[in-house]
Design a protein around this ligand. Sequence first.
Ligand code: F6P
Length: 376
Amino acid sequence: MARCIGILTAGGDSPGLNAAIRAIGKSALNAYNMQVIGFRDGFRGLMENRTVLLEGEILSGILTLGGTILGTSRDKPHKMPVGSRVQNMTEVMLDNYHRHNLEALICIGGGGTQKNAHRLVQAGMHIMTLPKTIDNDVAMTDITFGFDTALSIATDAIDRLHSTAHSHHRIIVVEIMGHNTGWLGLGAGMASGADVILIPEIPYDIKQVADAIRRRRHRGKNFSIVAVSEGALSIESARKLAALRKKKQAGGDSKQQRKTTAALEVFKTQQNNNTLHLTRQLEALTGLESRLTILGHLQRGGTPTAADRILATRLGSACAAAIEEQHYGCMVAVKGETTELVPLEKVVGKRKVVPLDHPWIRAALETGTCLGNHVY
Ligand code: F6P
């Protein structure tokens, strides 16, 4: 019987996913004589046993394609909406895994997917993972694929906003994805020469931001670009969030817990409008007309950069080689010019944030960028 491995892509899509699928498929078929099947729409496809045989033509011509030919979803094995109920469907997934006699299943995704993949390891499956996300926040890997493409899309967008901000003497606040980390915001802000960059790792003081813009104005610069990560928080909001999290951790009776959960939900909803609120605050504080641009899902769409294609190809082929050597339960991580296998228990439950002593932060400050607060 032919040896068989499976692939699924889960979480938000990311440029380079098809390059990774292609690399795993071609390496497995050409170098190791394995059959490869894909499960559609992430963990849901594994649960519903919706598969596609990945061979020949299907793997051809997809290197440059954005999105994922397998489809994706944010469904979790242990909390899967089925009909009107949310259920733990891990056992059904295990049955399907055995039905295909899989030697291993490769789950490609970000931090959430690493966690879900680890749950499948605990259920007894041979799992390998690859780190992908435009947020670049997966622990224990130098970089994730998708990040470089999103970085160049966001940078290009801010470059374009510069000329219109300049012509109209406006502040343009530009919201950049990244979930709760600032890699994408900081990177795109630096690459495009944003005047202010606000990231979740450095809660901002609105007065310091307005002062920086006013100082530019005194130097004759009547416009400013403010690059803001979607997860950026003001000092006040950061304090409020920390207090709510502390309360949640402390537990209490069920009524208190419900209250804290509801307060966290309200906080999240308010935070969704944070960049709009920030734009209005800056207009009021500086007297400069201000506009908000939310880059949104544009940052995840379209063809991957050359760097992401190469990275996804390296990771995919290293993954097939690791399975051939019967390594399981690991993420194929990037370590400089090489790849290394990191046990999933070392990856899950962690998030790679921007360290405050990171060279990007130092360089941004030294070149006169306002980061919204004192860093050193
Ligand atoms: O994790 C990738 C990401 O694009 C984040 O930057 C963003 O917060 C989130 O996904 C958006 O998720 P969705 O596509 O479900 O709206």
